[in-house]
Design a protein around this ligand. Structure first.
Ligand SMILES: [Fe+2]
Length: 395
């Protein structure tokens, strides 16, 4: 028997053939032991549930650090997901936010906006992209009451350290809304299998510590309303960003996921490498609203700001001339890679929706398209300006 691919034995690059269901099963078919997590109240469906014990433990700075160490261990080496029962003890704070979110959705509908979604048919769900700044600007009092919540800070700092950056998207799955296919999340989880394979194995280990995923339940979510499906411990499977694209892993997930009912004001946080997906809403009349939180590490940024659009404008005529003179494609691509922005995010998902994929076109892709199609400087200028506009968060 060949040894399973683990973080330690992984080669420099993953390949599609590294994904073997028997290795995956050896990782996920394990039981979460409550005794290893002294601050947790219980284990439900192999998931750790935190509540009163946690509140007792965080009262002192030393206790807070111990709790955070335990949470980080649960997210990295344990089930990969933790539920905070009663994260918002005053559900009035949640209701007030719900009213703000609902008003945004109603306005979107009145304006005829159909929100594109990474995974669902447009219109099946209600989405508010970029809900963090929209919320703060529209109702700063309600925002302060909501984001003053310490559970969010506790777990974000536990996973990412200081300087974390919060973003939020409101997701409403209406009755009949269909389940998502199992996936991992941002960064590598937002790529196709081919794109993910272009990143070396150590970056597959890096991606999960760049973000933390969370969801706050804005209504009671019994199982028939389709709360998120999870496969505990699956974040530990090293080639998982490749494997989740493969049908036998999808089938295994569909047969073995757990789905925890949540109450209004509960929150779940999970390692972005955990296999998961929203469930089918089989209820007759519950419009299941969750505030999806994505918290990012402070570290995902360069030290200097760079005016990359100006670089693209200056370089385009030079690259056009070189291309016409027969320059090698690799050389031209290297210049674009060294100058243009190569990543689609952060962006404004209201204006810059991923059409036909998970990510909108990057500046580098735009610059490369302009070169391939031999655009005039004016044409590139206009497209760069339009793209920059789509990235801007405006109200
Ligand atoms: Fe997801």
């Amino acid at each position: 028997m060949t040894a399973p691919v683990t973080a330690r034995t992984a080669p420099g690059w993953f390949t599609a053939d590294d994904c073997r269901l028997e290795d995956f099963r050896a990782v996920v078919e394990t039981t979460t032991d409550l005794a290893e997590y002294p601050c947790a109240d219980e284990v439900r469906g192999n998931v750790l549930v935190y509540g009163s014990r946690l509140r007792d433990s965080v009262a002192t700075p030393a206790g807070r650090r111990d709790v955070q160490a335990e949470l980080a261990r649960a997210l990295a080496d344990g089930p990969g997901i933790v539920v905070f029962a009663g994260a918002f003890p005053d559900t009035g704070v949640v209701d007030r936010a719900t009213a703000v979110f609902q008003a945004m959705i109603d306005e979107q509908k009145a304006a005829g906006v159909v929100g594109g979604d990474h995974f669902a048919t447009p219109g099946a769900n209600d989405r508010v992209w970029g809900a963090l700044d929209k919320f703060a600007v529209r109702d700063p009092e309600a925002f302060a009451a909501y984001y003053g919540n310490d559970v969010l800070a506790l777990v974000s700092e536990a996973w990412l350290g200081r300087g974390y950056q919060v973003t939020s998207q409101v997701n409403v799955v209406n009755p009949g809304g269909q389940a998502q296919v199992a996936h991992r999340d941002y960064h590598l989880g937002f790529m196709s299998e081919e794109q993910a394979l272009a990143y070396p194995a150590h970056v597959h280990r890096l991606s999960p510590v760049m973000t933390l995923q969370g969801a706050v339940a804005h209504c009671d979510m019994p199982v028939e309303t389709g709360p998120t499906m999870y496969l505990p411990h699956s974040q530990k499977y090293a080639p998982g960003y490749v494997a989740f694209h493969q049908p036998e892993f999808t089938a295994y997930f569909d047969a073995h996921f757990v789905q925890l009912p949540l109450r209004k004001g509960d929150a779940a946080f999970f390692n972005p490498a955990l296999f998961h997906g929203a469930g089918t809403n089989r209820s007759a009349d519950v419009r299941r609203m969750a505030n999806l939180l994505q918290v990012s590490s402070a570290f995902g940024r360069a030290m200097e700001t760079v005016d990359r659009a100006a670089m693209c404008r200056a370089l385009h005529p030079v690259l056009r001339a070189r291309k016409a003179a027969g320059a090698e494609e690799r050389t031209l691509r290297n210049v674009v890679a060294a100058s243009a922005e190569g990543y689609a995010f952060p962006t404004n998902l209201d204006r810059d929706q991923p059409i036909g994929g998970l990510a909108p076109e990057t500046q580098a892709e735009l610059a490369w398209r302009a070169l391939q199609e031999d655009w005039s400087p004016e044409a590139l200028d206009a497209e760069l300006t339009a793209q920059a506009e789509r990235h801007t968060s405006g109200h």
